[in-house]
Design a protein around this ligand. Sequence first.
Ligand code: SAH
Ligand code: SF4
Length: 383
Amino acid sequence: MPTVIERINLLGLDFAALADLVGQWGDKPFRARQLERWIHRHGVDSFDEMTDLARDLRDQLAHRCFISAPEVLTEQRSTDGTRKWLFDVGRNNAIETVFIPEDDRGTLCISSQAGCTVGCPFCSTGYQGFNRNLTTAEIVGQLWYARRAVEADGGGARTGRGQAALDRPISNVVFMGMGEPLLNYQQVLGALRLMVDDNAYGLSRRRVTVSTSGVVPMIDRLASDCPVALAVSLHAPNDALRDRLVPLNRKYPLAELLAACNRYLQHAPRDFITFEYVMLDGVNDSDELAEGLVEISTRVRCKFNLIPFNPFPQSGLKRSPSGRIRQFAQRLMDAGVVTTVRKTRGDDIAAACGQLAGNVKDRTRIAQRLPDRARVDRDLERV
Ligand code: SAH
Ligand code: SF4
């Protein structure tokens, strides 16, 4: 019987892994560097184009390896220039990626899992349940594909300022799409290493942001393995409310999370943690809770990013009125806490935060538990 060779997707290999691969065929590590540049810096997917590699090596690569992002199922464009891609990740699962052009930067919001196990009641990804972790190749593939698409389009719809960022049409990456990145740690780490590697995407560590609902042990691992900017989804200043809004809080309560944030700051490329706070009408938007956040800001160097809740059909929750959001933000700012309110982008194509649902074949029971809105509402009332 002929031997079946399992071909390797090179998009998932960092420099060390590429060096091991070419080393098996007697090639020196600098060949891995060249390969890395072709794949990630130049976005090439055909070995024939890699003209500075010897023909033998190219033949070996073509025989054993391939370079391929997940297949795009659909693309949508918002009137504000935001683009959203739905990628097929097999077995009827699909994930979403969003490109947000701004004057001074281009941000790609990527997914790390097909679904999510955390199950926050205000997040449509949580409602989809969970299927599986994405591989490094699937995570990096979103950036690889989007950069080619954005470049082909002339760099997005931006005009004017920020020439440095314009030279790099995707200047920022945020792990704020589907999934909890720190529950898929190894694969996300592989992707982060490529993102900040000068021979691959060369992004500044300050411009790559991991957003987490608070997986405390992995915050520590990230600090030593690949410190990048960290955003923590806080959503409540006390354990009683946070237990309900971010169920992972029951495992890693606030005191532990805040301590992990302080440890992270000793390694982080920025000297603050960004706390994300989704604004839910009548749930977490009172002045009293704003005071709770002010108290937290005395314990961790931080900035707040208030996210107006983006509704989706099953949630049964409402966005705080804009006057309430302004007043909440003002209370924080009056206390000297740097606070921004996130602009909603791409909501006409359901590309705004928390609206990414992709297509997840749930393998857990989370999705069954979550839609019990009546129960969540009763729980929230008791807080
Ligand atoms: N799992 C990670 C990253 C993905 S979610 C995390 O929770 O941090 C990215 C951000 O979008 C988080 O701050 C999350 O709380 C927020 N978000 C989720 N659903 C939302 C919604 N419906 N409206 C606004 N923001 C939402
Ligand atoms: Fe998962 Fe983040 Fe959505 Fe919570 S907000 S369900 S952690 S993706």
